[in-house]
Design a protein around this ligand. Structure first.
Ligand code: UFG
Length: 328
């Protein structure tokens, strides 16, 4: 049995769907601060709990016979982490320590951890590999890097086996259109553009067009949420078959600028997207594009949604039918 922390959140809920579709037993553990109970599939056990609650975690591990954890629960807004670092250090860092303590106490030995490209910071314009220096430019990225370091030490001391997956820009929605991205407030590029398309927002503000990139806007590597979910399942299979603790980048390896994403959304939706150039957002590196060769080579991971068009199309299926997210 796998316990998924943050299993009612955007990335967690898609991973839970994928596990369920493959007939793998899973229990969702989420405090619903940012998650949505509506995203938890029928028949999947749900525990409303906090990652700080070691007692409840231990009880849940024992009750469901949990042998592994996929850990998504975290605050994840780069901008917010800069103005409220305490919230990020307390929740992400101290919360993960509590989770690790519960795992050690109950002998739950496998962990797949949701890390981030934000652990690298600004690496210039080339492809980022796992050996690129990790110098986070945000508190959020710093918390993810600290958690990677804890896991390394917990492996050495207690034998905890982990895979840290460093995602680039998670995007898209489940092929059914039943679950998707629904943050409140929304800060991510693709859902904001789609809110312009579905009429719940007037325009998209482009945060700066004077970056050292081909069209002056920031370049990112968008990766479909179902491809991310598949990587988590592969990582867990790898650990359970005796694999050593390790870390992988997850991206498509293709960079798209903010303007290219807006243009592609116009193509996918057939609707004009009103845009206005605004000031730069603090902490945005000009370019972040992954080399995912390591996970392709070692775990045989191949993204199915490798075009920006397919990623935006799946997100549009959700946003065109759920203009207010999970709210009725
Ligand atoms: N952007 C705009 N206008 C908007 C929103 C975003 O121009 O209204 C731009 C941003 O400046 C950035 C790009 O669109 O250049 C993508 O922005 P997102 O907020 O969608 O994503 P980020 O690249 O900032 O962040 C993502 C994840 C983080 C993770 C980070 C890793 O959301 O959790 O990648 O660098 F930490």
């Amino acid at each position: 049995m796998i316990l998924v922390t943050g299993g009612a959140g955007y990335i967690g809920s898609h991973c839970v769907r994928e596990l369920k579709e493959r007939g793998i037993d899973v229990v969702v553990y989420d405090n619903l601060t940012t998650g949505h109970i509506e995203s938890v599939p029928e028949g999947v056990p749900f525990v409303k709990g906090d990652i700080f609650d070691v007692e409840l975690l231990c009880e849940t591990f024992a009750k469901y016979g949990v042998d592994s954890v996929i850990h998504f629960a975290a605050y994840s807004l780069v901008g917010e982490s800069m103005v409220n670092p305490a919230k990020y250090y307390h929740n992400n860092v101290a919360g993960t320590l509590a989770l690790l303590d519960a795992m050690i106490a109950e002998k739950v030995g496998y962990l797949v951890f949701s890390s981030s490209a934000a652990t690298y910071g600004d690496c210039g314009s080339g492809l980022i590999t796992e050996d690129s220096p990790q110098n986070p430019t945000s508190v959020y990225g710093q918390t993810k890097l600290m958690m990677e370091q804890f896991m390394q030490d917990y492996d050495k001391a207690y034998g905890l086996k982990y895979v840290a997956l460093r995602y680039f820009n998670a995007a898209g929605a489940h092929v059914s259109g039943e679950i998707g991205e629904a943050h409140n407030p929304e800060s991510h590029l693709i859902p904001i553009i789609l809110q312009v398309a579905n009429g719940t927002r007037g325009h998209i503000g482009i945060y700066g067009e004077d970056y050292p990139t081909p069209d002056g806007t920031c370049v990112r590597d968008y990766i479909h949420i179902t491809d991310l979910a598949d990587a988590h399942i592969r990582a867990l299979d790898y650990l359970k078959s005796g694999g050593k603790s390790t870390y992988y980048n997850l991206g498509n390896g293709n960079g798209f600028s903010v303007k290219e994403v807006i243009d592609m959304t116009e193509k996918v939706t057939g609707l004009p997207i009103k845009r206005e150039v605004e000031a730069r957002r603090a902490g945005d590196p000009p370019t972040l594009v992954a080399s995912s060769e390591k996970i392709r080579r070692e775990l045989g991971w191949v993204p199915k949604y490798d075009s920006l068009e397919s990623i935006i199309s799946s997100a549009w299926k959700w946003h065109s039918t759920h203009p207010r997210g999970y709210s009725k």
